[in-house]
Design a protein around this ligand. Sequence first.
Ligand code: NAD
Ligand code: WQD
Length: 342
Amino acid sequence: MILITGGAGYIGSHTLIDLAEITTEELLSVDNFENSSAATFDRIAAICKKKVDNTEIDLTDLQKTTEVFQKNKITAIIHFAAHKAVGDSVEQPLKYYHNNIQSLVNLLQCCEEFKVNNFIFSSSCTVYGQPEVLPVDESSPILPAESPYGNTKQIGEEIIKDFCTANPSFNAIALRYFNPVGAHISGLNGELPTGVPSNLVPFITQTGIGIRAQLTVFGADYNTRDGSCVRDYIHVSDIAHAHTLALNRVQNNDNKEQFEVFNLGSGNGTTVLEAIKAFEKVSGVALNYKIGPRRGGDIEQVYSDSTKAKDELGWETKFNLDEMMSSAWKWELQLKAEREKI
Ligand code: NAD
Ligand code: WQD
């Protein structure tokens, strides 16, 4: 059985869909629904006609986490569960250190006790900060974290590396995502931001649908081709599939090192204004936006060299920027239809 922590969340749910379509192994999610809801599992079932069970516990509770391992024969873990809001982590650092680090330590403790040797970890491009050389590959230096959230990813990778040293049979892969966006192509599952979205694409689609009055472009005076920041947007279903491939790699002992790291990005740098144009093109909606001041803490540009994931995992991206935007828009329309039904 494969344990997916945070399976009700944005990337976890898309990974469950990918896994459900490919693997015959049993899947179990653990999620306390702190940033998601049980309805996600109905969405997953509607897409792939498979019901995934969820155990609702907080992974920072060691006893409850241990019970999950006692009750189920878990052979591999994909660990998504974490708090992820960068700004919030600056205001509430302990909440992030407690949740993100304690849940990881508890899971690894259970790996040791129950001899689970396959582990995939959600890391982030945030570990690179503003790289000097672009595109950024896995050999780029890890710069001091710019937020407590980013620090939990750096520390998380270090903890797993140390755990590997102490446990020679343990295989782990950290996947460093760039900017995951979009929704399942059916439009039936996607991101569910709580409150005002801080990420660009949900803010765009919520503005397009009329939930937000106007989008502010945070700065158009950067040293980029149109002055707005450059990011590497990557479709969530492409990110999801990389987990299936990474899982196969550790399960088949195909990994070259005990602890491996892969970037997951499209390799394309896209400016904020280009993202807006792509949205307008695929949706046919003229977006109400204005240019505003820079957002504190934003880096000017980052995009990925994902050659390693292509060569080693056989990972190929399927979806381009237009498809990222059209699927995100389809999902926003689906949410609107659901609201109107109530
Ligand atoms: P998400 O918030 O949608 O999903 C995380 C899920 O974990 C939620 O359903 C939440 O309820 C659950 N959870 C959190 N803490 C828990 C705990 N202690 N016990 C049980 N369940 C818990 O986030 P996401 O966007 O799907 O991100 C998944 C992972 O990917 C996170 O580790 C995140 O840091 C990482 N990541 C995300 C992005 C991004 O932009 N979305 C980028 C890079 C890395
Ligand atoms: C993208 C671009 C904004 C909103 C964050 C985390 C990072 C990783 C991915 C988890 C930036 C601009 C945004 C808006 C705007 N997450 N923007 N107006 O900041 O690249 O990365 O998510 O690991 O750690 O920091 O993503 O979507 O917030 O912003 O102009 O209303 O859109 O300035 O240039 P970011 P984002």
